[in-house]
Design a protein around this ligand. Structure first.
Ligand code: HEM
Length: 158
C-alpha cells in the first residue's frame, strides 16, 4: 500500500544527565516552544461541541483548508466531508504520525475506514471536528473490493 507507512515506534526524548533544564518544573512552557500559528488558527476554528450534528458544523471551503494547512503547522484531515483537527492528537495516534501527516489538508475517507470502526470515530474523532466541507480530493483512488453484491465494509452507516 503506497499511501501507508506504519509507525509504531515510541518517540522518547530525554535530556542529558547534567542538563540544568532537568531541574525545572516539567510543566513549564518555554515561550520559544509555543506555536503561535496553531494557537491563532485554533482560536479561529475551534473544535466543535460533541453534541453538534455534522450537518450543523461551520462550513469551511476547500480553499480555506488549503490555506490553513499550507505550512503543516495545523494538521487538518477530511473524512466524509468533515474536517478533523489532529494537531494535538497526532502525538498519541496509535497508527503513528506519518499516516496523518501524509494526508494533511486532504480527504482520506476510505483509508480511514480501512483501519477504524465507527466506535473509534465516536470516541476519538468526534471531539476533533472543526467544520464541514465539500469537494476536497482524496489523492488516491480507492480499489473497490466486492463481496457478493455488497461492498466490503459497507455497513449502511453514514
Ligand atoms: C480523525 C483522525 C483519526 C483518529 C481519531 C484515529 C484514531 C485511531 C485509533 C483510536 C486507533 C487505535 C485503533 C485500535 O486500537 O484498534 C488508530 C489506529 C490506527 N490508525 Fe488512526 N486515527 C485517525 C486517522 C488515521 C488516518 C488518516 C490513518 C491512515 C490512513 C490512520 C491509520 C491508522 C492505523 C494504520 C492504525 C493502526 C491499526 C492497527 O494496528 O490495526 N488513522 N487510529
Amino acid at each position: 500500500m503506497g499511501w501507508l507507512q506504519l509507525n509504531r515506534q515510541q518517540i522518547t526524548t530525554s535530556l542529558p544527565e547534567k542538563c540544568p533544564e532537568k531541574e525545572k518544573d516539567s510543566t513549564t512552557t518555554f515561550i520559544e516552544n509555543v506555536n503561535t500559528t496553531y494557537t491563532a488558527t485554533s482560536q479561529l476554528y475551534p473544535t466543535q461541541p460533541l453534541q453538534t450534528p455534522n450537518s450543523q458544523l461551520p462550513f469551511i471551503s476547500p480553499a480555506t483548508i488549503a490555506t490553513v494547512t499550507a505550512d503543516h503547522h495545523v494538521l487538518w484531515l477530511v473524512i466524509d466531508n468533515i474536517i478533523y483537527d489532529c494537531t494535538d492528537f497526532i502525538s498519541g495516534h496509535p497508527g503513528g504520525a506519518a499516516v496523518i501527516e501524509s494526508f494533511v489538508g486532504k480527504d482520506c475517507s476510505w483509508q480511514f475506514w480501512r483501519f477504524h470502526s465507527r466506535e473509534h470515530m465516536q470516541r476519538f474523532g468526534r471531539g476533533l471536528r472543526v467544520g464541514r466541507t465539500k469537494g476536497v480530493r482524496n489523492p488516491f483512488e480507492e480499489r473497490v473490493r466486492w463481496v457478493g453484491l455488497r461492498r466490503l465494509g459497507d455497513d449502511g452507516w453514514d
